[in-house]
Design a protein around this ligand. Structure first.
Ligand code: HBI
Ligand code: FE
Length: 292
């Protein structure tokens, strides 16, 4: 009988996660279905886990004003003020009524193809395990708090909901063009670590920022990182870091601008990018306009 990690390795999940870094995935893959979804097993969560989730939620929710974009602050109310980890089915009922998306449980990180296929069907894969108390301040792999608090709220926003499905469809095409690494950078610098300009100043919409205790303040306020105006090719040429705050952030003017970026056929764009050198995270190119 294959144990979970062996089954994961055999199915090409481990050890590569996010395209960089080598470690076996956490989570129990033995019970995953062919599309990598699994049961949430909500009743497996202990009172201690529900309390840890509540404390994570309260810490992030208290930081949102002045740092998170208005669309997120408005949408996060849909999670309710949970004294416990939400049941994905309950959340999906509300989400489906709003933008036809669902939150589906997965054992953890899943192969890119499976990930894209779920997004293309308006199903967001939510990791079912919760971090340990020792990981309260920082975790590298997505857990249920990162996915639910970071990613699910903006799926209630019609424009972002359509962007995420278009991204999934684009990912399936990128797989056939061997361009997943390029497209993963677009996901990283928008869905995970994106900033947006507003009349009140810069705000965060990326899940990796919004679910992070320290990076929410850092990404919007620190003078250290470079903040570059959104440029699709520039983003897909730029490498990223998976285990520290970002050295570069990319700034959109609106969620409509982000959705419009997924409209063209990326085939010629991938070709153009491959003809140019990669850009290191944190670099600022000569003459580049930076967002303030
Ligand atoms: N799997 N469960 C899960 N969640 C992710 O965010 C995720 C993934 N697999 C691959 C992946 N993200 C990234 O490589 C994306 O850029 C595709
Ligand atoms: Fe994420």
């Amino acid at each position: 009988m294959l144990d979970s990690a062996d089954k994961a390795v055999n199915q090409g999940i481990a050890p590569v996660t996010y395209g960089q870094g080598e470690r076996p995935p956490r989570g129990d893959y033995a019970s995953a279905r062919a599309d990598y979804t699994c049961d949430q097993r909500w009743s497996d969560h202990t009172p201690q886990e529900h309390d840890l989730y509540r404390r994570l939620y309260e810490r992030q929710a208290s930081q949102l004003p002045g740092l998170a974009c208005a669309e997120f602050i408005e949408a996060v109310e849909h999670l309710g003020h949970p004294a416990q980890i939400p049941r994905f089915d309950d959340l999906s009922e509300k989400l489906y009524r709003t933008t036809k998306w669902e939150a589906v449980a997965v054992p953890g990180l899943i192969p890119e193809e499976a990930f894209f296929a779920l997004l293309a069907r308006r199903k967001f894969p939510v990791t079912r395990w919760l971090r340990t108390p020792e990981e309260f301040d920082y975790i590298v792999e997505p857990d249920v708090f990162h996915d639910l608090f970071g990613h699910v709220p903006l799926l209630f926003n019609p424009v972002f909901a359509d962007y995420m499905q278009a991204y999934g469809a684009g990912g399936l095409k990128a797989s056939r063009l061997d361009a997943c690494e390029l497209l993963a950078r677009l996901y990283w610098y928008t869905v995970e670590f994106g900033l947006i300009t507003t009349p009140q100043g810069l705000r965060a919409y990326g899940a990796g920022i919004l679910s992070s205790a320290g990076e929410l303040q850092y990404s919007v306020r620190s003078p250290e990182p470079s903040r570059v105006h959104f440029d699709l090719q520039r983003i897909m040429r730029t490498r990223y870091k998976i285990d520290s705050y970002q050295a570069s952030y990319f700034v959109i003017d609106s969620l409509d601008q982000l959705f419009a970026a997924t409209a063209p056929d990326f085939t010629p764009i991938y070709r153009a990018i491959r003809a140019q050198p990669e850009i290191e995270a944190g670099a600022v190119l000569p003459g580049e306009r930076l967002a303030q």
